[in-house]
Ligand binder design. Structure first.
Ligand SMILES: *Cc1c(COP(=O)(O)O)cnc(C)c1O
Length: 494
């Protein structure tokens, strides 16, 4: 299977290994498979009897045709086996009333990014070999929280790679900071940047576009790469858990084989929900995708009116991983529903004006499968409280945004189908806001909130988060923005 750009200028197909190694197509578009492989109900029935690792290998092999099934089995086992995810990678719980929840945060960093970032480094290292690359890769990441830690944990001690993460000292929670500062591994580096997320991000972009640095690193046998969610290697592992979830709902008798379900996803960069859409296009009986946003509701407006407009106020919310104005992977949805020419046109408008507007016909094509809702801060807190009190289930703030959207959707559409709402983080990762939703703790610090929430609810703190509290920070460096280049070069040469 070959991969092509969503914008279609650079239309020569490349292998999946090449797409994973390079991330972005030359014309600025994103890589997509030339066609979507189809599966049938028999295949899903067969998967339902298999463990997650084998499901993953079989589904990945439909997309990554230049990887052997044995390579994919080894990678899936390395990523999801061996007790790394407890109790399992993607368990489903019932909330009653035909509502189910898919929990994706049982991995080493307690957020759903682990589902992709545990396996992507393995696929990436194979991609280097398959494309004849001899240099070492230096993965550079600017993070607002979850991605940094998940990438560090995924790339630590992976041969042929080094990883350096910059986090803004003024922009991550104490739990997130401690998670990164205590990171183990011989090929990792973490540094705080004085400033906010934009400062860290623009510093990383500057380094990527600096030819002198590239040449200097090349001389040292190193090249730069990124781990962000526009890379196909991060997207493709996410398709797996939607197929797997459907197989599990069938296996446990929640649905009959072939019965349609609706899926609701807390959305930021549009990677997770787009993976659900690919599962639908492959033949998994999913009827509608509910795109759940917080107060940064650019996508809600898009699905309602066809207008995408990033020229708007940016809000910092209690679901920070969804605080985003440009959802990069939306481009992939435009490509799959409208084709390359229209996608290129709309993306050019977005770059020029910060805005584009779908034609009525194009909006109709997209609304056939998608509907958007948003949840404000009070509704988010009220949902955390309600689900805890009525269902005895402790959820995080991102998940609450999606549950609120599911409720609104079921109310509006009177759909009779069962719903699957995606849960993306452990409530303990955002303990302070969760605690504040349940009680009025107000001024408590992040780390104290972990223990207080545990005391209040009796729900166990996930081991990876609990153990962070007892570890000694190893990476305490804080540097100025202007020092990022030098720090990167010196790490590459270390
Ligand atoms: C990254 C993240 C999201 C958003 O996922 P996208 O794929 O960017 O849409 C939602 N919730 C949590 C907890 C996240 O870390």
């Amino acid at each position: 299977m070959n991969y092509v750009s969503t914008r279609g200028i650079d239309n020569e197909g490349v292998s999946s290994a090449f797409a994973i190694k390079t991330g972005l197509a030359k014309d600025g578009g994103l890589y997509m498979p030339e066609s979507i492989p189809m599966i049938d109900l028999d295949f899903i029935g067969e998967l339902s009897a298999l463990p997650y690792t084998e499901r993953a290998a079989r589904i990945l092999s439909l997309f990554l045709t230049d990887y052997t099934i044995d390579e994919l089995r080894e990678d899936a086992e390395g990523a999801y086996g061996g007790g790394k995810f407890t109790p399992e990678p993607a368990p489903i719980t019932s909330l009653g009333d035909s509502r189910y929840m898919l929990e994706l945060w049982h991995g080493p960093t307690s957020a759903f990014k682990d589902m992709a970032l545990q396996i992507m480094p393995r696929l990436f290292v194979r991609a280097l070999r398959k494309t004849g690359e001899e240099r070492r890769a230096l993965i550079l990441v600017a993070t607002s929280g979850d991605t940094g830690k998940a990438a560090l944990e995924g790339y630590r001690d992976v041969e042929g790679t080094m990883i350096k993460v910059f986090y803004p000292t003024g922009g991550v929670s104490s739990v997130q900071k401690l998670q990164m500062q205590t990171q183990e591994g011989s090929n990792v580096s973490v540094e705080g940047i004085v400033g906010n997320f934009d400062d860290a991000q623009s510093g990383v972009k500057r380094i990527f576009s600096d030819d002198a640095i590239r040449r200097e690193l090349d001389g040292a046998g190193v090249f730069l790469s990124s781990a962000n969610s526009i890379n196909w290697g991060r997207l493709v592992p996410q398709i797996v858990y939607y197929v797997s979830a459907y197989a599990d709902m069938y296996r446990t008798g929640a649905i009959s084989l072939g019965e349609e379900v609706d899926v609701s996803v807390p959305t930021g960069n549009f990677g997770n929900i787009f993976a659900a859409y690919i599962a639908k296009r492959m033949g998994v009986p999913i009827r509608r995708l509910v795109c759940a946003s917080n107060k940064n509701n650019v996508l809600t407006e898009f699905f309602k009116s066809g207008v995408y407009d990033k020229n708007r106020e940016f809000f910092t919310t209690m679901s920070p991983s969804m605080d985003i104005l440009i959802s990069s992977n939306l481009e992939r949805l435009l490509y799959l529903t409208l084709g390359q020419d229209k996608t290129r046109g709309y993306m050019e408008e977005l770059a020029r004006l910060g805005r584009y507007e779908l034609s009525a016909e194009d909006l109709a094509a997209i609304s056939e499968s998608f509907v958007g809702y948003y949840t404000d801060e009070e509704e988010c807190q009220a949902t955390v409280k309600e689900i805890y009190e009525k269902k005895n289930c402790l959820i995080d703030t991102h998940t609450a945004v999606a549950i609120h959207a599911t409720n609104a959707y079921m109310n509006d559409f009177k759909a009779e189908r069962k719903t699957l709402t995606v849960s993306t983080a452990s409530p303990y990762k955002f303990a302070r806001d969760v605690l504040n939703s349940l009680t009025d703790a107000k001024d408590i610090g992040d780390l104290e909130a972990l223990e207080a929430l545990n005391k209040l609810t009796g729900v166990d703190i996930p081991t990876p988060l609990a153990s962070v509290l007892n570890k000694q920070p190893r990476h305490t460096g804080i540097i100025d923005r202007s020092e990022m280049e030098a720090a990167t070069v010196s790490f590459a040469k270390s």
